[in-house]
Design a protein around this ligand. Structure first.
Ligand code: SF4
Length: 295
Protein backbone atom coordinates (compact mmCIF):
# COMPACT_ATOMS: atom_id res chain seq x y z
CA UNK A 1 0.00 0.00 0.00
CA UNK A 2 1.33 3.45 -0.81
CA UNK A 3 1.97 5.84 2.05
CA UNK A 4 -1.26 7.47 3.18
CA UNK A 5 -0.43 11.06 4.06
CA UNK A 6 -2.53 13.68 5.84
CA UNK A 7 -2.78 15.58 2.55
CA UNK A 8 -4.10 12.49 0.76
CA UNK A 9 -6.72 11.96 3.47
CA UNK A 10 -7.74 15.61 3.18
CA UNK A 11 -8.14 15.21 -0.59
CA UNK A 12 -10.55 12.34 -0.02
CA UNK A 13 -12.53 14.27 2.61
CA UNK A 14 -12.92 17.16 0.19
CA UNK A 15 -14.98 14.78 -1.98
CA UNK A 16 -17.66 14.77 0.76
CA UNK A 17 -18.55 18.42 0.36
CA UNK A 18 -20.24 18.59 -2.05
CA UNK A 19 -20.51 14.80 -2.03
CA UNK A 20 -19.36 13.24 -5.27
CA UNK A 21 -18.06 10.01 -3.87
CA UNK A 22 -20.14 7.97 -6.28
CA UNK A 23 -21.70 8.58 -9.69
CA UNK A 24 -24.93 9.81 -8.11
CA UNK A 25 -23.06 13.03 -7.27
CA UNK A 26 -25.74 14.14 -4.81
CA UNK A 27 -23.79 17.30 -4.02
CA UNK A 28 -24.83 17.37 -0.35
CA UNK A 29 -22.51 18.73 2.30
CA UNK A 30 -21.68 15.62 4.29
CA UNK A 31 -18.96 17.44 6.22
CA UNK A 32 -21.71 19.53 7.79
CA UNK A 33 -24.33 16.93 8.56
CA UNK A 34 -26.23 16.64 5.28
CA UNK A 35 -27.00 13.24 3.85
CA UNK A 36 -27.70 12.25 0.29
CA UNK A 37 -29.26 9.35 -1.54
CA UNK A 38 -27.30 6.70 0.36
CA UNK A 39 -28.06 8.22 3.77
CA UNK A 40 -24.44 7.93 4.91
CA UNK A 41 -23.23 10.68 7.22
CA UNK A 42 -19.79 11.78 8.30
CA UNK A 43 -18.73 9.21 10.86
CA UNK A 44 -18.10 5.70 9.51
CA UNK A 45 -20.95 3.33 10.33
CA UNK A 46 -20.31 -0.38 10.63
CA UNK A 47 -22.81 -3.18 11.24
CA UNK A 48 -20.32 -5.95 12.03
CA UNK A 49 -16.78 -7.17 11.54
CA UNK A 50 -15.50 -10.71 11.76
CA UNK A 51 -13.54 -13.56 10.25
CA UNK A 52 -15.72 -14.63 7.32
CA UNK A 53 -15.54 -18.14 5.90
CA UNK A 54 -18.32 -17.75 3.34
CA UNK A 55 -16.44 -15.63 0.82
CA UNK A 56 -14.56 -16.87 -2.25
CA UNK A 57 -12.08 -19.61 -1.42
CA UNK A 58 -9.07 -17.49 -2.36
CA UNK A 59 -10.10 -14.82 0.16
CA UNK A 60 -10.97 -17.25 2.94
CA UNK A 61 -7.94 -19.55 2.98
CA UNK A 62 -7.42 -21.13 6.38
CA UNK A 63 -8.10 -18.20 8.69
CA UNK A 64 -10.90 -16.41 6.92
CA UNK A 65 -11.48 -13.09 5.24
CA UNK A 66 -11.39 -10.12 7.63
CA UNK A 67 -14.74 -8.70 6.72
CA UNK A 68 -16.05 -5.29 7.76
CA UNK A 69 -19.69 -4.65 6.82
CA UNK A 70 -20.42 -0.98 6.28
CA UNK A 71 -23.91 0.44 6.69
CA UNK A 72 -25.79 2.17 3.82
CA UNK A 73 -25.36 1.74 0.09
CA UNK A 74 -25.45 3.90 -3.02
CA UNK A 75 -27.62 1.29 -4.77
CA UNK A 76 -31.12 0.26 -3.79
CA UNK A 77 -31.52 -3.22 -5.21
CA UNK A 78 -35.07 -4.40 -4.69
CA UNK A 79 -33.79 -7.92 -3.91
CA UNK A 80 -30.95 -6.89 -1.58
CA UNK A 81 -30.01 -9.73 0.75
CA UNK A 82 -28.41 -7.36 3.29
CA UNK A 83 -31.25 -4.84 3.18
CA UNK A 84 -31.36 -4.34 6.97
CA UNK A 85 -27.80 -3.00 6.78
CA UNK A 86 -27.78 -1.38 3.34
CA UNK A 87 -31.26 0.13 3.29
CA UNK A 88 -32.50 0.24 6.89
CA UNK A 89 -29.29 1.62 8.33
CA UNK A 90 -28.51 -1.02 10.94
CA UNK A 91 -25.07 -0.33 12.36
CA UNK A 92 -23.12 1.81 14.75
CA UNK A 93 -21.21 5.02 14.16
CA UNK A 94 -17.56 4.70 15.06
CA UNK A 95 -14.37 6.70 14.67
CA UNK A 96 -11.64 6.23 12.09
CA UNK A 97 -9.37 5.17 14.99
CA UNK A 98 -11.80 2.38 15.96
CA UNK A 99 -12.10 1.32 12.34
CA UNK A 100 -8.32 1.04 12.17
CA UNK A 101 -8.35 -1.07 15.35
CA UNK A 102 -10.86 -3.43 13.74
CA UNK A 103 -8.54 -3.87 10.79
CA UNK A 104 -5.58 -4.65 13.03
CA UNK A 105 -7.66 -7.05 15.17
CA UNK A 106 -8.71 -8.96 12.04
CA UNK A 107 -5.11 -9.15 10.86
CA UNK A 108 -4.03 -10.41 14.28
CA UNK A 109 -6.69 -13.15 14.06
CA UNK A 110 -4.84 -14.38 10.99
CA UNK A 111 -7.29 -13.12 8.36
CA UNK A 112 -5.78 -13.11 4.90
CA UNK A 113 -7.19 -9.73 3.94
CA UNK A 114 -9.30 -6.79 5.06
CA UNK A 115 -12.56 -7.14 3.14
CA UNK A 116 -14.45 -3.83 2.99
CA UNK A 117 -18.09 -4.62 2.20
CA UNK A 118 -20.04 -1.71 0.64
CA UNK A 119 -17.16 0.77 1.03
CA UNK A 120 -18.40 3.23 -1.62
CA UNK A 121 -20.14 5.80 0.64
CA UNK A 122 -17.26 5.67 3.14
CA UNK A 123 -14.08 5.96 1.11
CA UNK A 124 -12.54 9.01 2.91
CA UNK A 125 -13.19 7.51 6.34
CA UNK A 126 -11.74 4.17 5.20
CA UNK A 127 -8.63 5.82 3.78
CA UNK A 128 -8.14 7.70 7.06
CA UNK A 129 -8.46 4.42 8.99
CA UNK A 130 -6.08 2.66 6.59
CA UNK A 131 -3.56 5.43 7.24
CA UNK A 132 -3.75 4.75 10.98
CA UNK A 133 -3.66 0.99 10.45
CA UNK A 134 -0.66 1.38 8.17
CA UNK A 135 1.25 2.99 11.05
CA UNK A 136 0.33 -0.06 13.11
CA UNK A 137 1.72 -2.50 10.55
CA UNK A 138 -1.30 -3.46 8.53
CA UNK A 139 0.17 -5.61 5.78
CA UNK A 140 -2.60 -7.89 4.47
CA UNK A 141 -4.26 -7.03 1.15
CA UNK A 142 -7.20 -4.65 1.19
CA UNK A 143 -10.32 -5.81 -0.72
CA UNK A 144 -12.81 -3.29 -2.12
CA UNK A 145 -16.03 -5.32 -2.19
CA UNK A 146 -18.60 -3.16 -3.95
CA UNK A 147 -21.72 -3.11 -6.11
CA UNK A 148 -19.89 -1.84 -9.18
CA UNK A 149 -21.54 1.60 -9.26
CA UNK A 150 -18.32 3.51 -8.75
CA UNK A 151 -16.88 6.89 -9.67
CA UNK A 152 -13.81 6.55 -11.89
CA UNK A 153 -12.37 9.70 -10.30
CA UNK A 154 -12.54 8.15 -6.84
CA UNK A 155 -11.14 4.86 -8.12
CA UNK A 156 -8.17 6.75 -9.58
CA UNK A 157 -7.56 8.33 -6.19
CA UNK A 158 -7.56 4.84 -4.66
CA UNK A 159 -4.73 3.64 -6.88
CA UNK A 160 -1.98 2.10 -4.75
CA UNK A 161 -4.29 1.76 -1.74
CA UNK A 162 -6.61 -1.05 -2.83
CA UNK A 163 -5.04 -4.42 -3.65
CA UNK A 164 -8.08 -6.39 -4.75
CA UNK A 165 -11.16 -4.96 -6.38
CA UNK A 166 -14.23 -7.17 -6.05
CA UNK A 167 -17.12 -5.48 -7.85
CA UNK A 168 -20.48 -6.95 -8.72
CA UNK A 169 -21.57 -6.82 -12.32
CA UNK A 170 -25.31 -6.97 -11.79
CA UNK A 171 -26.84 -6.35 -15.22
CA UNK A 172 -25.72 -5.99 -18.80
CA UNK A 173 -28.02 -3.10 -19.67
CA UNK A 174 -29.12 0.19 -18.15
CA UNK A 175 -32.84 -0.53 -18.03
CA UNK A 176 -32.57 -3.29 -15.45
CA UNK A 177 -30.34 -1.14 -13.28
CA UNK A 178 -33.02 1.54 -13.34
CA UNK A 179 -35.85 -0.82 -12.52
CA UNK A 180 -34.18 -2.99 -9.90
CA UNK A 181 -31.34 -0.89 -8.40
CA UNK A 182 -32.55 2.69 -8.77
CA UNK A 183 -29.84 4.07 -11.06
CA UNK A 184 -30.36 4.95 -14.71
CA UNK A 185 -26.84 4.23 -15.98
CA UNK A 186 -25.60 1.12 -14.16
CA UNK A 187 -24.26 -0.67 -17.21
CA UNK A 188 -22.46 2.42 -18.55
CA UNK A 189 -20.91 3.09 -15.16
CA UNK A 190 -19.86 -0.45 -14.29
CA UNK A 191 -18.08 -0.89 -17.62
CA UNK A 192 -15.93 2.20 -17.01
CA UNK A 193 -15.33 1.21 -13.40
CA UNK A 194 -14.17 -2.29 -14.36
CA UNK A 195 -11.73 -0.88 -16.88
CA UNK A 196 -10.21 1.45 -14.31
CA UNK A 197 -10.00 -1.27 -11.67
CA UNK A 198 -8.32 -3.65 -14.10
CA UNK A 199 -5.92 -0.94 -15.27
CA UNK A 200 -4.78 -0.50 -11.67
CA UNK A 201 -4.53 -4.05 -10.39
CA UNK A 202 -4.73 -6.40 -13.41
CA UNK A 203 -6.00 -9.97 -13.35
CA UNK A 204 -6.34 -11.73 -10.06
CA UNK A 205 -3.09 -13.12 -8.70
CA UNK A 206 -3.41 -16.13 -6.39
CA UNK A 207 -0.35 -17.40 -4.53
CA UNK A 208 -0.46 -20.48 -2.31
CA UNK A 209 -4.25 -20.47 -2.67
CA UNK A 210 -4.65 -16.91 -1.42
CA UNK A 211 -5.57 -13.87 -3.52
CA UNK A 212 -2.88 -11.20 -3.34
CA UNK A 213 -3.88 -8.62 -5.90
CA UNK A 214 -6.13 -8.05 -8.88
CA UNK A 215 -9.70 -7.96 -10.07
CA UNK A 216 -12.24 -10.52 -8.93
CA UNK A 217 -15.69 -10.06 -10.44
CA UNK A 218 -18.98 -11.30 -9.02
CA UNK A 219 -22.06 -11.91 -11.09
CA UNK A 220 -25.29 -13.11 -9.48
CA UNK A 221 -27.55 -14.96 -11.90
CA UNK A 222 -31.10 -13.63 -11.57
CA UNK A 223 -34.25 -15.50 -12.63
CA UNK A 224 -35.69 -15.04 -16.10
CA UNK A 225 -32.41 -13.86 -17.62
CA UNK A 226 -32.59 -10.53 -15.79
CA UNK A 227 -28.87 -10.40 -15.07
CA UNK A 228 -27.91 -10.49 -18.79
CA UNK A 229 -25.14 -12.97 -18.08
CA UNK A 230 -24.08 -13.34 -21.71
CA UNK A 231 -23.64 -9.59 -22.20
CA UNK A 232 -21.74 -9.27 -18.96
CA UNK A 233 -19.35 -12.13 -19.68
CA UNK A 234 -18.77 -11.04 -23.26
CA UNK A 235 -17.86 -7.57 -22.10
CA UNK A 236 -15.51 -8.92 -19.46
CA UNK A 237 -13.81 -11.30 -21.88
CA UNK A 238 -13.53 -8.87 -24.77
CA UNK A 239 -12.85 -5.58 -23.03
CA UNK A 240 -11.34 -6.43 -19.66
CA UNK A 241 -9.37 -9.66 -19.94
CA UNK A 242 -9.90 -13.22 -21.07
CA UNK A 243 -8.09 -14.25 -17.90
CA UNK A 244 -10.59 -12.53 -15.64
CA UNK A 245 -11.75 -14.35 -12.56
CA UNK A 246 -15.53 -14.30 -12.41
CA UNK A 247 -17.62 -15.87 -9.69
CA UNK A 248 -20.92 -16.62 -11.40
CA UNK A 249 -23.19 -17.10 -8.42
CA UNK A 250 -26.31 -19.26 -8.26
CA UNK A 251 -27.52 -18.41 -4.75
CA UNK A 252 -30.14 -15.80 -5.58
CA UNK A 253 -33.24 -15.89 -3.44
CA UNK A 254 -36.01 -13.29 -3.25
CA UNK A 255 -35.38 -10.91 -0.36
CA UNK A 256 -36.38 -7.39 0.66
CA UNK A 257 -38.92 -6.10 -1.92
CA UNK A 258 -38.44 -8.83 -4.53
CA UNK A 259 -41.93 -10.20 -3.89
CA UNK A 260 -43.32 -7.05 -5.53
CA UNK A 261 -41.70 -8.11 -8.79
CA UNK A 262 -43.16 -11.45 -9.97
CA UNK A 263 -40.21 -11.98 -12.33
CA UNK A 264 -37.79 -11.83 -9.37
CA UNK A 265 -39.91 -13.70 -6.89
CA UNK A 266 -38.26 -17.12 -7.03
CA UNK A 267 -34.89 -18.82 -6.94
CA UNK A 268 -33.16 -19.72 -10.20
CA UNK A 269 -33.33 -23.24 -11.57
CA UNK A 270 -30.23 -25.36 -12.33
CA UNK A 271 -31.20 -25.15 -15.98
CA UNK A 272 -31.29 -21.35 -15.81
CA UNK A 273 -27.87 -21.31 -14.24
CA UNK A 274 -26.37 -23.48 -16.95
CA UNK A 275 -28.16 -21.74 -19.77
CA UNK A 276 -26.94 -18.38 -18.47
CA UNK A 277 -23.48 -19.66 -19.33
CA UNK A 278 -24.05 -22.02 -22.21
CA UNK A 279 -23.73 -19.62 -25.11
CA UNK A 280 -20.44 -18.43 -23.86
CA UNK A 281 -17.19 -20.29 -24.53
CA UNK A 282 -15.57 -20.90 -21.20
CA UNK A 283 -13.44 -23.41 -19.43
CA UNK A 284 -14.73 -24.37 -16.05
CA UNK A 285 -12.09 -24.86 -13.46
CA UNK A 286 -12.75 -28.50 -12.57
CA UNK A 287 -11.80 -28.02 -8.94
CA UNK A 288 -13.89 -25.06 -8.03
CA UNK A 289 -17.61 -24.95 -8.49
CA UNK A 290 -19.00 -21.75 -9.95
CA UNK A 291 -15.69 -20.34 -11.01
CA UNK A 292 -15.00 -19.71 -14.59
CA UNK A 293 -11.99 -18.32 -16.30
CA UNK A 294 -13.01 -16.75 -19.57
CA UNK A 295 -11.11 -18.11 -22.54
S1 SF4 B 1 -21.88 8.57 -1.60
FE1 SF4 B 1 -24.03 8.86 -1.03
S2 SF4 B 1 -24.28 11.09 -0.70
FE2 SF4 B 1 -22.37 10.76 -1.82
S3 SF4 B 1 -22.86 10.97 -4.00
FE3 SF4 B 1 -23.03 8.77 -3.51
S4 SF4 B 1 -25.16 8.41 -2.91
FE4 SF4 B 1 -24.80 10.63 -2.84
Amino acid sequence: MKKITKELIAQFYRMLSPCRLCPRECGVDRLNGETGNCNAGLKPKVSSYHQHFGEEYCLVGRFGSGTIFFTHCNLHCVYCQNYDISQHGIGREITAERLAEMMIELQELGCHNINLVTPTPWVPQIVEALGIAQENNLTVPVVYNCGGYESVEILRMLEGIIDIYMPDVKYGDNEKGKKYSGVHDYWDVVKKALKEMHRQVGDLVIEDGIARKGLLIRHLVLPNGLSDTKNCLEFIANEISKDSFVNVMDQYYPAYNASRYPELNRRITPREYMSALENYPFTRNPNIFQWIILK
